[in-house]
Design a protein around this ligand. Structure first.
Ligand code: ATP
Ligand code: MG
Length: 131
């Protein structure tokens, strides 16, 4: 998911280009937004974390771009492409290094396991929206 900060700052096209050039196939793609209830549901695993309310507020603050991506070793390779959660610690050339300003507005989300990727894909897309 391209987060509201990156969409608002005009980085959607550049980020999609990095993803495609990184060897990921786009299976599904959608420009939409999350209500605070839907953002809370998406990040429910973090409900007990101190930053949860801020995270939900931020993720529902403006439009986002959701995608399902496919690649061998996708979870790990996408993590490498996006960089560390805190952009100040993200390697040069990573998406967060290039397009993110802070740990809460960090430009992009990546699923952390194959299992969560399935759940998160189903959260945004029906079977008819996948190619
Ligand atoms: P994401 O799940 O969004 O891809 P991540 O896997 O790198 O990010 P997580 O630990 O899953 O990081 O945290 C989810 C999101 O919560 C982060 O992307 C960030 O926006 C926010 N977050 C994480 N840690 C902090 C923190 N210490 N302070 C503020 N926000 C944080
Ligand atoms: Mg995560």
């Amino acid at each position: 998911m391209i987060k509201p900060d990156a969409v608002a700052n005009g980085h959607t096209g550049a980020i999609l280009d990095d993803i495609i050039k990184g060897g990921f196939k786009i299976v599904a793609l959608k420009y939409t937004s999350l209500s605070s209830a839907k953002a809370g549901e998406f990040y429910a695993v973090h409900a007990e974390r101190p930053f949860y309310n801020d995270l939900v507020g931020f993720m529902s603050s403006g439009p986002i771009v959701a995608a399902i991506l496919e690649k061998d070793n996708a979870i790990e390779d996408f993590r490498t492409l996006i960089g560390a959660t805190d952009p100040s610690k993200a390697d040069a050339g990573t998406i967060r290094n290039k397009y993110a300003k802070s740990i809460d507005a960090n430009a992009i989300h990546g699923s952390d396991s194959d299992e969560n990727a399935q759940i998160e894909g189903n959260f945004f897309f029906s079977a008819f929206e996948r190619f």
